[in-house]
Design a protein around this ligand. Structure first.
Ligand code: ZN
Length: 140
Protein backbone atom coordinates (compact mmCIF):
# COMPACT_ATOMS: atom_id res chain seq x y z
CA UNK A 1 0.00 0.00 0.00
CA UNK A 2 1.26 3.47 -0.83
CA UNK A 3 1.45 5.83 2.07
CA UNK A 4 1.48 9.55 1.49
CA UNK A 5 4.17 11.70 3.08
CA UNK A 6 2.88 12.71 6.49
CA UNK A 7 4.32 16.23 6.66
CA UNK A 8 7.05 18.56 5.51
CA UNK A 9 9.96 17.46 7.68
CA UNK A 10 12.34 20.31 6.94
CA UNK A 11 13.37 22.90 4.40
CA UNK A 12 17.02 23.08 3.38
CA UNK A 13 18.52 26.48 2.62
CA UNK A 14 21.99 26.82 1.10
CA UNK A 15 24.07 29.59 2.67
CA UNK A 16 27.68 30.70 2.36
CA UNK A 17 27.95 31.36 6.08
CA UNK A 18 25.66 30.07 8.82
CA UNK A 19 26.90 32.80 11.15
CA UNK A 20 25.88 35.53 8.71
CA UNK A 21 22.61 33.89 7.72
CA UNK A 22 21.54 33.32 11.32
CA UNK A 23 21.12 36.99 12.12
CA UNK A 24 17.86 37.21 10.12
CA UNK A 25 16.38 34.05 11.68
CA UNK A 26 17.45 34.92 15.22
CA UNK A 27 17.29 38.71 15.39
CA UNK A 28 14.36 39.33 13.06
CA UNK A 29 12.22 36.19 13.05
CA UNK A 30 13.14 35.43 16.66
CA UNK A 31 13.61 31.73 15.98
CA UNK A 32 16.10 29.69 17.98
CA UNK A 33 18.84 27.43 16.70
CA UNK A 34 18.52 23.97 18.22
CA UNK A 35 22.00 22.76 17.25
CA UNK A 36 24.72 23.11 14.67
CA UNK A 37 26.42 19.92 13.44
CA UNK A 38 28.99 19.00 10.86
CA UNK A 39 28.13 16.21 8.45
CA UNK A 40 31.48 15.26 6.92
CA UNK A 41 29.94 12.67 4.57
CA UNK A 42 27.95 15.45 2.90
CA UNK A 43 30.64 18.09 3.42
CA UNK A 44 28.30 20.50 5.14
CA UNK A 45 27.72 22.23 8.44
CA UNK A 46 24.03 22.31 9.31
CA UNK A 47 22.10 24.63 11.62
CA UNK A 48 18.74 23.24 12.73
CA UNK A 49 16.04 25.82 13.43
CA UNK A 50 12.77 24.25 14.61
CA UNK A 51 9.49 25.91 13.70
CA UNK A 52 6.27 24.08 14.62
CA UNK A 53 6.56 20.47 13.48
CA UNK A 54 9.00 21.56 10.79
CA UNK A 55 12.60 22.74 10.75
CA UNK A 56 14.75 25.00 8.69
CA UNK A 57 18.17 23.59 7.92
CA UNK A 58 20.82 26.10 6.97
CA UNK A 59 23.46 24.28 4.94
CA UNK A 60 26.95 25.74 4.77
CA UNK A 61 29.55 24.00 2.60
CA UNK A 62 32.64 22.72 4.42
CA UNK A 63 34.74 22.34 1.29
CA UNK A 64 34.81 23.72 -2.23
CA UNK A 65 33.85 20.37 -3.71
CA UNK A 66 30.84 20.05 -1.41
CA UNK A 67 27.57 19.57 -3.36
CA UNK A 68 26.22 22.62 -1.52
CA UNK A 69 29.22 24.70 -2.65
CA UNK A 70 28.50 23.66 -6.23
CA UNK A 71 24.83 24.52 -5.80
CA UNK A 72 25.69 28.03 -4.53
CA UNK A 73 28.17 28.54 -7.34
CA UNK A 74 25.51 27.69 -9.93
CA UNK A 75 22.34 29.11 -8.45
CA UNK A 76 23.39 31.35 -5.58
CA UNK A 77 22.27 31.07 -1.98
CA UNK A 78 18.66 30.15 -1.31
CA UNK A 79 16.15 27.32 -1.20
CA UNK A 80 18.05 24.06 -1.62
CA UNK A 81 15.57 21.27 -0.95
CA UNK A 82 12.27 20.27 0.64
CA UNK A 83 12.13 17.14 2.79
CA UNK A 84 8.98 15.10 3.37
CA UNK A 85 8.45 12.72 6.27
CA UNK A 86 7.66 9.17 5.23
CA UNK A 87 7.11 6.06 7.31
CA UNK A 88 8.89 3.33 5.35
CA UNK A 89 11.56 4.93 3.18
CA UNK A 90 12.74 1.72 1.50
CA UNK A 91 9.23 0.94 0.31
CA UNK A 92 8.69 4.49 -0.90
CA UNK A 93 11.92 4.45 -2.90
CA UNK A 94 10.97 1.17 -4.51
CA UNK A 95 7.53 2.49 -5.37
CA UNK A 96 8.90 5.77 -6.81
CA UNK A 97 11.46 3.89 -8.88
CA UNK A 98 8.71 1.67 -10.27
CA UNK A 99 6.82 4.83 -11.18
CA UNK A 100 9.80 6.06 -13.22
CA UNK A 101 10.99 8.72 -10.78
CA UNK A 102 14.69 9.50 -11.04
CA UNK A 103 16.41 8.87 -7.70
CA UNK A 104 19.71 10.31 -6.50
CA UNK A 105 19.92 7.77 -3.65
CA UNK A 106 18.56 4.37 -4.59
CA UNK A 107 19.20 3.24 -1.02
CA UNK A 108 18.67 5.40 2.05
CA UNK A 109 21.66 7.08 3.70
CA UNK A 110 21.84 8.56 7.21
CA UNK A 111 21.08 12.27 7.10
CA UNK A 112 22.18 15.19 9.25
CA UNK A 113 19.30 14.57 11.67
CA UNK A 114 20.37 10.95 12.23
CA UNK A 115 17.44 9.45 10.28
CA UNK A 116 17.47 7.50 7.01
CA UNK A 117 17.02 9.89 4.09
CA UNK A 118 17.13 9.77 0.29
CA UNK A 119 17.13 12.43 -2.40
CA UNK A 120 15.00 12.45 -5.54
CA UNK A 121 16.31 14.22 -8.62
CA UNK A 122 15.10 17.83 -9.01
CA UNK A 123 13.95 17.11 -12.57
CA UNK A 124 10.99 15.21 -11.06
CA UNK A 125 9.71 18.28 -9.24
CA UNK A 126 10.09 21.31 -11.50
CA UNK A 127 13.63 21.91 -10.36
CA UNK A 128 13.15 21.36 -6.62
CA UNK A 129 15.51 18.88 -5.03
CA UNK A 130 13.26 16.61 -2.97
CA UNK A 131 14.24 14.56 0.06
CA UNK A 132 12.42 11.76 1.81
CA UNK A 133 13.09 11.49 5.52
CA UNK A 134 12.06 8.46 7.52
CA UNK A 135 10.61 9.32 10.89
CA UNK A 136 9.57 6.72 13.42
CA UNK A 137 5.78 6.38 13.53
CA UNK A 138 4.24 8.59 16.17
CA UNK A 139 1.66 7.30 18.59
CA UNK A 140 -1.54 9.36 18.65
ZN1 ZN B 1 17.52 17.77 4.21
Amino acid sequence: MNQLPTSVNHIGIAVRSINKALSFYEQNLHLKVEKIVEVPTQKVRVAFIPIGDCKLELLEPLTEDSPVAKFIEKRGEGLHHIAYSVVNIEKRLEQLQNEGIKLINEKPVIGAGGHPIAFLHPSNASGVLTELCEEPEKDD
